[in-house]
Ligand binder design. Structure first.
Ligand code: CDP
Length: 232
């Protein structure tokens, strides 16, 4: 018997959740879903449709237009992971900019947005065999997930990782702006009223401040394999 499980990975921004989740899904033959990409896609929609003016989000209009916002993932064979599409357009690159990062946490406080995205995320995980990363996966989206991980690292380490990522992509960013964004998002994500970022009681905490990517992956893979064995 090969009973598939649900793996929920939550944690602070730039803790390497998506890197480890992608690799884990590939190794296990599971589907990977980046829930943050969905909040980022809604944010990009708001930016493109002038629903953000002078740093303020026009919540009422965004909520009104929610039904017309379609988010899909399509697997890219060359890249080995699924890219995100907003109303039929590949927006994988556009959603990762610092500009989108600067508004995404505000957008993610809107309950109507969360409701719609959580419903879609639960559909993706209906048949198990899924690795999903985000902020509320183990607490709200899949409270019954068999394996829950919670990733942390110091804000400075995380900002440094994100800064290098953006520079490598060719984005001209300033380290202090990235650090400020990481800290601001931590604050908004942990203090919002709806589904704040918090560790589920049954999650395993991993502080990867001083862990290499391979070391972290091997550790997480072991946890997943042990859990899958237990569930079979
Ligand atoms: O990759 P990074 O750590 O920068 O963040 P992300 O996973 O792309 O998520 C971007 C933002 O979306 C977060 O800072 C949260 O505000 C929001 N988010 C959320 O509220 N719930 C989720 N399940 C995933 C992301």
């Amino acid at each position: 018997m090969n009973h598939k499980i649900t793996i929920a990975i939550d944690g602070f921004s730039s803790t390497g959740k998506s890197t480890v989740a992608k690799r884990l899904a590939k190794r296990l033959g599971y589907v990977y879903v980046d829930s943050g990409a969905m909040y980022r896609a809604v944010t990009l929609y708001a930016m493109q449709n002038e629903l953000i003016n002078s740093e303020l989000v026009n919540k009422a209009q965004l909520i009104e237009q929610l039904e017309g916002i379609e988010i899909d993932f399509k697997f890219n064979e060359d890249l080995g992971f699924a890219e995100v599409y907003l109303n039929g357009q590949n927006v994988e690159k556009q959603i990762r900019t610092l500009e989108v990062s600067q508004f995404v946490s505000q957008i993610a406080t809107i309950s109507e947005v969360r409701e719609q995205l959580v419903r879609q995320q639960q559909k993706f995980g209906k048949h198990k065999g899924v690795v999903m990363d985000g902020r509320d996966i183990g607490t709200v989206v899949f409270p019954k997930a068999e394996l829950k991980l919670f990733m942390t690292a110091s804000a400075e380490k995380r900002a440094h990782r994100r800064y290098l990522e953006l520079i490598e992509r060719g984005d001209n960013v300033d380290y202090n702006a990235v650090l400020k964004n990481v800290q601001t998002r931590d604050h908004i994500d942990t203090t919002r009223a709806d589904s704040p970022l918090t560790m589920a009681d049954d999650a395993i905490e991993i502080d990867n401040s001083d862990m290499g990517l391979d070391e972290q992956f091997e550790y997480v893979l072991q946890l997943a394999e042990d859990k899958i064995k237990q569930c079979n």
